[in-house]
Each structure stands twice: as structure tokens, then as C-alpha cells.
Design a protein around this ligand. Structure first.
Ligand code: CTP
Length: 398
């Protein structure tokens, strides 16, 4: 049975949290309520204990929670941390990494998906500080159920009313479902640039940071897939739960991909593979005087096209197209030429694409309308891409 931790903070919308508990329970999900101290002044924790069938947690240092280091053990058990209602204070604490009570400590200790349903006065909700906190949390992967517009407890009309419990539960169940949506599937992701050396100290490469590919690998792990990440040189920490294989050159990346390809159900080629390599590679550093005015280069193997040619029914191939101009036309051509199922196109150049934390992509498939995402964090982009892959696989199955 799946377990949800329901964080309850001190907003007038707190009464709706009872319905949220019921909603999860009706769907076979166990609920552990965690209240902030101020919330426990608005409603007795006993009410939630009675509803949920488990003792409501309020303090960090109360028995038996302190003895079992409750925030850590609960963090490992839950499939979702849902906070409804979430005050501006709780959102601010999560965003700033403050951990001074059970709920904020649980947020830091847990790797489960997080869903926040804010509820507060409109001025507080729309305050640039609250909006900045929300934006920061979104970039970290936290999801939100937007508050609604209507009559507020302070007598104002405006944005800030807690969303309806059904919407919160529905979104929560979707996030729980997503944690296993790729279970049983093997996903191969490539990331980062490749380096094509002239000699031990000089190489041809590009500014790819690997962030997009690493986020894709992390998202595939979060959805329950077996993940193989083939990474060119980057300065990133490899995603926990993925099998990461480090390569340097296009030839090494090709070899690693060909090895993993037979067992892969989904391949996402996010790597910026260098298109050229030096014909004459030197094992010792070449002195300036030894190098003439022109260096001969040759094309590297096109890994995506190679995999496209070997694709068996059921395998799903996603390519990336980094373009400075005529983005859609180029990406469409590559989709066909490389026999990919999807092409994710993005603009690169001045301040865009390479090395940034955000991305705005267009997803292209044969005879489907182009999906335009607008500017999203790379983590959010990776979710949009996997949602699209899953939808396409589902369609194929039917
Ligand atoms: N790709 C690849 N092997 C290469 C070059 C590219 O597998 N040698 C893959 C990339 O990982 C990406 C897709 O092909 O998924 C498109 O890469 P891109 O550099 O945009 O296209 P190219 O085919 O290299 O075309 P061009 O450089 O002429 O735009």
C-alpha cells in the first residue's frame, strides 16, 4: 500500500485537508498527517489522527518520532509529500532549505515527489518573494496545484483560496503513478559533449554542459526505469540510481551505445556529439611549429542514424536538434534522415541552450502538430519529454 505524507500548515483552508485525507484513502493510499505547530492551534491533531488512523506528527522531538528519527524513516516510506494547505511561510522555508520543524525537515530528507497546494491572502501569494520561492521550487522539481480565485478569509476577493480537495488528490495520484510509469523499461540516455583530440592537450568540442541529458536520466530513474547514462566529459554529479558510463570521444560513445542498444526500450540522444575529428591524432603534444596552417578533419559516426537503422519494432528513439536558425525545418529533416520517433529541437547560440539551466524546446514527430514548451527548467523539460514519449508508446500499444 502506498503512503502519502500530508503536510498541513496554518491557513484557514485547513478544513479542506480533511477531505484530502479521505480522497487519498478512498484511492487505497495510506495517509500520515504532519502538522506545523500553528496548524495544530487551528485544528486539533486528534481530528487528523482519527481520520487517518495514525498518530498525527507535529513536533520533531516528541516520542516516539525522536527515538526513531521519524523524519528520516517517514521520508523513506512515502510515495509522495503533499502539502495542503501550504502557507507562504512553509513555501519560503522549503525554498530556502530551512529545516526547523518536522515538515520542513521531511521535505529535505525525502526523495519522493512533492506536491504543494498554496493557500493564503492574495497579496501574499502574488508578492514577488512568494512567486520567486515558487519559481525556485518548480525549478527543483516541486509541483503545484494553483490556488483558486474567490472569497478569502480576510474578506478580500482574489487569488489564494486552496484548490478543491478533488483536484489536489487527483494531481497527487498522478504523481504517485508517475513514479512507476516506466517500470520494467530500460532507458538509454546520452549526455554532454564529446572531445576529439588532436593530441593529449588539444581537442575539438562544443559548449554542451550535459545538464539536459542528466535531467533526462534523473527523470527516467524517478519513473522507475532501468537507466543507462552514457556521458561525455561534464562537471556534473551523476544521477543516483542510473548506471553511468563515461566516454570521451564520439567513437567511444558509439561503442557504449551499441552495447546498450539491444536491451534499450527507449533511447534519448541528448549528447552533443562532435561532428568532426582530426584525421591525424598524435600521441604526444604537437609543438606549434609542427602544425601547418590547415588540419585535416573527418566526420565522426552519426550514432543516432546508426541506431535508427538498427531499430527494432517497439524501440523508441528520440533525437535532439540544436540549431541557430531554421530550427523546425532542420529538425524535421533530421527526424526523417535518422529514423527517430521524436526530435526535440532547441535554439542554441547567445545565452541559449548550451550550459543554461532553462530550455525552450519544440517537440516534433511525423505528421503531428509541433509541441512548443516555452521556457522551462531542464528538469521540467525532461518531464514534458517523457510525458510525450509515454503518450506515444501508449498510442502505439493501442
Ligand atoms: N548525433 C549523433 N552522432 C553524431 C552527431 C549527432 O548521434 N555524430 C545526434 C545527436 O545526439 C542529436 C542528433 O544527432 O540527437 C542531432 O544532432 P545535431 O548536431 O543537431 O545534428 P547533425 O546530424 O550533427 O547535423 P548538423 O550538425 O549538420 O546540423
Amino acid at each position: 500500500m502506498k503512503k502519502v505524507a500530508l503536510g498541513v500548515s496554518s491557513s484557514i483552508g485547513i478544513y479542506k485537508a480533511c477531505e484530502v485525507v479521505r480522497g487519498f484513502q478512498k484511492n487505497g493510499v495510506e495517509v500520515q498527517v504532519v502538522m506545523t505547530r500553528n496548524a495544530a492551534r487551528l485544528i486539533s491533531p486528534l481530528l487528523f489522527s482519527g481520520l487517518s488512523g495514525t498518530t498525527t506528527i507535529v513536533g520533531l522531538f516528541e516520542e516516539p518520532m525522536a527515538r526513531t528519527v521519524g523524519h528520516i524513516s517517514l521520508a523513506k516510506e512515502i510515495a509522495l509529500l503533499c502539502v495542503a494547505p501550504a502557507t507562504a511561510n512553509v513555501i519560503g522555508k522549503f525554498s530556502g532549505g530551512v529545516a526547523d520543524d518536522f515538515l520542513s525537515t521531511l521535505f529535505l530528507a525525502s526523495r519522493a515527489p512533492v506536491l504543494i497546494a498554496p493557500a493564503m491572502n492574495e497579496a501574499m501569494y502574488l508578492h514577488p518573494q512568494t512567486q520567486a520561492n515558487i519559481a525556485r521550487l518548480r525549478a527543483l522539481g516541486v509541483e503545484f496545484v494553483e490556488p483558486e480565485k474567490g472569497y478569502l478569509a480576510c474578506g478580500d476577493e482574489g487569488w489564494g483560496r486552496l484548490a478543491e480537495p478533488e483536484s489536489i488528490v487527483k494531481e497527487g495520484l498522478r504523481l504517485i503513478g508517475r513514479t512507476a510509469s516506466l517500470k520494467g523499461k530500460t532507458v538509454l540516455v546520452t549526455a554532454g559533449p564529446t572531445r576529439e583530440h588532436l593530441d593529449p592537450v588539444r581537442f575539438l568540442s562544443n559548449p554542451s554542459s550535459g545538464k539536459m541529458g542528466y535531467e533526462l536520466a534523473r527523470e527516467a530513474v524517478a519513473r522507475g526505469a532501468e537507466v543507462i547514462l552514457v556521458s561525455g566529459p561534464t562537471s556534473l554529479v551523476p544521477p543516483a540510481g542510473a548506471r553511468t558510463e563515461f566516454v570521451r570521444t564520439a567513437a567511444e560513445m558509439q561503442e557504449a551505445c551499441l552495447r546498450a542498444f539491444p536491451k534499450a526500450d527507449i533511447v534519448v540522444m541528448a549528447a552533443a556529439v562532435s561532428d568532426f575529428r582530426f584525421k591525424d591524432v598524435r600521441t604526444r603534444k604537437a609543438g606549434k611549429a609542427e602544425v601547418g596552417p590547415a588540419l585535416a578533419v573527418e566526420k565522426t559516426p552519426d550514432i543516432l542514424a546508426l541506431l535508427g537503422g538498427k531499430k527494432r519494432p517497439g524501440q523508441f528513439l528520440v533525437g535532439f536538434a540544436a540549431e541557430t536558425h531554421d530550427i523546425l525545418a532542420h529538425a524535421r529533416k533530421k527526424l526523417v534522415a535518422k529514423k527517430a520517433d521524436l526530435m526535440v529541437a532547441n535554439a542554441v547560440g547567445e545565452g541559449e541552450g548550451f550550459g543554461t539551466d532553462d530550455n525552450a524546446v519544440r517537440i516534433i514527430a511525423a505528421s503531428r502538430p509541433v509541441q512548443v514548451t516555452g521556457l522551462l527548467s531542464k528538469l521540467e523539460t525532461s518531464r514534458v519529454i517523457f510525458d510525450r514519449i509515454e503518450a506515444a508508446l501508449e498510442k502505439k500499444r493501442r
